[in-house]
Each structure stands twice: as structure tokens, then as C-alpha cells.
Ligand binder design. Structure first.
Ligand code: SR1
Ligand code: MG
Length: 418
């Protein structure tokens, strides 16, 4: 997998990265030759080294250096990973920046020997998942992410690109090892007994019942097939709320190392599914019923709004540009409906994996009290199952929200259902 790794490659640390940064001409617009620089390794994700570097005299002059390790950081040396993913991520960021610079961090350069890139430090933003878990609302998120999704998905698809460019893009973003992680962790392992699943004991009766449900495994298999075979657009591939940096004014999408040509519904479903995971977490995170209802109305309103922004911008940037003889109105409407169904089904899989499998989300796994965690997890699993089973009956985004909000946690799981 890493057979052709550059002989010059070595992982940096927060001391060695300083000289490296000083020698990079691409950063001369940020740092001066006589600057005293400081670096801190701040990576808290699953896969990479992430260095924040800044000028001591002016911390606003700062960059992020992200370097791929040849193994999965979450697990260690036992799980090798291709370092080429740093190239994929840097190139995906450049594609996204060309389309939506207002929601994509700027990349300064990619180093093909060190498998790292330098990018804008979003030092006035927080990871959205953290903010949402604290009950913070982001009023512009729906508008921002709807635009991001419409442009990055629509404008990298066959609907807009010419036949040759599209195929060249597919080739450039072939990402088999990271796709395999998704195939395993999202679509396979949650539905069987494996060592890597990581739910707590109190949830086990519901997980075992879910795994025993063959009808569910049929629907998940269809979603996995879609993920593996539908090269529809350049998808981010991991667009959960931990891949979004946000504040009250701005939204940036980071971390597209899982980018590849896949179904648009995978990104749409990731955003919606992660907002619904947060919705489930507030079952216990916000005990006051009025405060809970208020925050949930924000979350579900955001899902509805982002979909409407997505369809409005998709109309403008895609459908208004196509040949209506080849793609008549009826085809366009059917396409958008299929995207809704895909978003529901793929988003459902993204929800269920975060409850059962390796790499859960802090919204739910961060709930300290185990019983409370079971309640939130149970609700998330029930929403996931309802969405995947009912996806093809949905006509509107409001229908999707109605299906999700009709779900309840089931704790304790009744013996007869197990
Ligand atoms: C083994 S990597 C675990 C997860 O982290 C990333 O964010 C992806 O979601 C991946 O599935
Ligand atoms: Mg990531």
C-alpha cells in the first residue's frame, strides 16, 4: 500500500516542523525571515499529524500543516494507510476552493515528498460538533452548507463537466483504501459481531436485534452498493459536523481526505445524519423540555433550510445550465427526488455506524452517564432505521424530518424484541 513512499518522508514533530516552515517560499506571504515561530501539534482526529504554526509576535500570522502518517493514528501501526491521501485531500480542497472559496480553507502548497500540505488556519472558528453539543446555534449554516453542497456536488458531476474532464477527475480521485475504510466501518461492521464495534453493554440488546434484522441488512447492502458503484460527483466523503469549522458568521468545510467519485447523497446524508445524531443527543444533553424543543427546532429547521438552499443553488448552477432536450424538467425533478432518497438512506447508515461501530461521535459517546448515553444512542438507531426503511416514500425534506422526529428511544429494549 505504501510501497512507493518517498525515501525522504519522515513525520515531523512540533520542533522539526519550524525549520521546514521557514524554508517554504510559498509561506513568505505569511511569515517573515526573522519571525520567531511557534508550533503545536493539535491533531485530535483519527488519521494525521496536524501542526498549528504561528509567529510569536503576531499570532494572527498562522498556518496549519497537515501531514499524513503511514498508519491510522486512532489504532496505531497495525493499520497501515496510504500517505497519498494527503495529495487527495490537498487536491480536493483546491477543487472545492475554486468552486466555493468562501467555505473552503486556502491551500498554500502540497509537498509530495513529505505528504503534507499547508493551509489557512481557521483560528476564529470551532468544530461544529462541539458547538452543537453545547447548544450553540449557527444561523447561517444552512445557507452556507446548502451552497457548498450544490456547487461541489453539482459542478463536479456529469451534469456539468464534459465527458473527458469527468473521467479524468474520477481517475485523479481514485481513493481505494479510504473508501475501504468506509465500506467496512459504515456499511459492514455495524451489522455483524466484530471486535472493532464499540457500543456499551446497556445498548447491546438493541444492537443485537438490529443486527438480526435481515430486512435492514438488505437495505444497507443496497446503500453499500450505491456507495461503491455510483461515481456521480466528487464527494467530500466524510462530511460530518467534525469536518466543519464554524462561527456565527462563517462556515468552512475541512478534511476531504476521503474524497472520491461517489453518490451525492453520501455528503448530503452525512450532514443531515450528523445533525440528527445531535438531535438524538439532546434527548439527554438538554433536560429542560422547552430548551430541548427549541434547540431541536433549530436542528430540524436547519435540515429543511439546507435542503431548500441546496435545491435552489443546484437549479442555478446546474439545471439552468443543462440542455433541456437531454435533461427535461421531469428528469430533473426525478434526479432531485432520488437525491433525497439517497441522502436519507446513506445518512441513516452514517448515523447507525456512529452509534455501533469504531469511531463514534462525541455528541453521543461523550455523554458520561451510561444510561443517558443508551437513551440517546437508542433514539439515533431508531431514527437511522426509520430513515433507511422509509426513504423511498419521502417526497420532500419535510417528510424526512417528520419520519425522524416521530422516533423515540426504546430503553430498556424489551426482551420480546431482542
Ligand atoms: C478508521 S478512521 C475512522 C473514521 O474517521 C474518519 O473521520 C472517518 O469517518 C472514518 O470512518
Ligand atoms: Mg477527518
Amino acid at each position: 500500500m505504501n510501497d512507493e513512499i518517498s525515501p525522504n518522508y519522515h513525520p515531523f514533530d512540533s520542533a522539526t516542523i519550524l525549520d521546514y516552515v521557514k524554508q517554504r517560499p510559498e509561506l513568505s506571504t505569511v511569515f517573515r525571515a526573522d519571525d520567531e515561530l511557534i508550533a503545536d501539534e493539535v491533531g485530535d482526529g483519527n488519521l494525521n499529524l496536524v501542526f498549528k504554526v504561528w509567529a510569536k509576535a503576531d499570532p494572527e500570522r498562522t498556518v496549519i500543516i497537515k501531514q499524513a502518517l503511514p498508519y491510522l493514528r486512532l489504532v496505531g501501526g497495525d493499520w497501515p494507510l496510504p500517505v497519498d491521501r494527503a495529495r487527495i485531500e490537498a487536491e480536493a480542497l483546491k477543487v472545492e476552493y475554486d468552486l466555493v472559496p468562501e467555505h473552503t480553507p486556502k491551500v498554500y502548497f502540497y509537498d509530495a515528498e513529505m505528504y503534507l500540505f499547508a493551509m489557512q488556519n481557521l483560528n476564529h472558528h470551532v468544530i461544529m460538533r462541539k458547538g452543537l453539543s453545547e447548544g450553540i446555534k449557527y444561523p447561517h449554516f444552512a445557507e452556507h452548507i446548502g451552497l457548498f453542497l450544490a456547487k461541489t456536488l453539482g459542478m463536479t458531476s456529469d451534469l456539468v463537466l464534459d465527458y473527458r474532464t469527468k473521467k479524468e477527475m474520477v481517475k485523479r480521485f481514485i481513493n481505494p483504501e479510504l473508501c475501504k475504510i468506509t465500506e467496512d466501518l459504515v456499511f459492514t461492521e455495524p451489522y455483524r459481531k466484530t471486535e472493532r464495534n464499540a457500543y456499551h453493554a446497556e445498548l447491546e440488546p438493541q444492537v443485537l436485534a438490529l443486527q438480526a434484522d435481515e430486512a435492514l441488512r438488505v437495505e444497507v447492502a443496497k446503500m453499500k452498493e450505491k456507495f461503491m458503484t455510483q461515481a456521480q460527483a466528487l464527494v467530500h466523503g466524510d462530511l460530518h459536523t467534525g469536518s466543519i469549522m464554524i462561527n456565527q458568521q462563517e462556515t468552512y468545510v475541512i478534511d476531504p481526505e476521503f474524497a472520491f467519485y461517489g453518490p451525492m447523497g453520501f455528503d448530503l446524508g452525512a450532514v443531515i445524519g450528523n445533525l440528527l445524531l445531535n438531535y438524538a443527543a439532546h434527548e439527554v444533553r438538554t433536560p429542560d423540555p422547552d430548551a430541548r424543543a427549541d434547540f431541536r427546532a433549530y436542528l430540524t429547521g436547519t435540515i429543511i433550510d439546507l435542503w431548500h438552499v441546496f435545491t435552489r443553488e443546484f437549479q442555478r448552477h446546474v439545471w439552468d445550465q443543462v440542455d433541456p432536450i437531454n435533461m427535461p424538467q421531469g428528469y430533473q425533478e426525478d434526479y432531485m427526488l432520488r437525491l433525497l432518497h439517497d441522502a436519507a438512506g446513506l445518512g441513516a447508515c452514517k448515523m447507525m455506524r456512529r452509534v455501533i461501530g469504531l469511531a463514534g461521535v462525541a455528541d453521543i459517546r461523550g455523554i458520561e452517564d451510561v444510561h443517558d448515553r443508551t437513551v440517546a444512542a437508542s433514539l439515533a438507531l431508531n431514527i437511522g432505521q426509520a430513515l433507511i426503511f422509509e426513504r423511498e416514500s419521502l417526497r420532500t425534506i419535510e417528510d424526512l424530518v417528520e419520519v425522524a422526529t416521530a422516533c423515540e428511544p426504546v430503553v430498556p429494549w424489551p426482551a420480546a424484541k431482542a
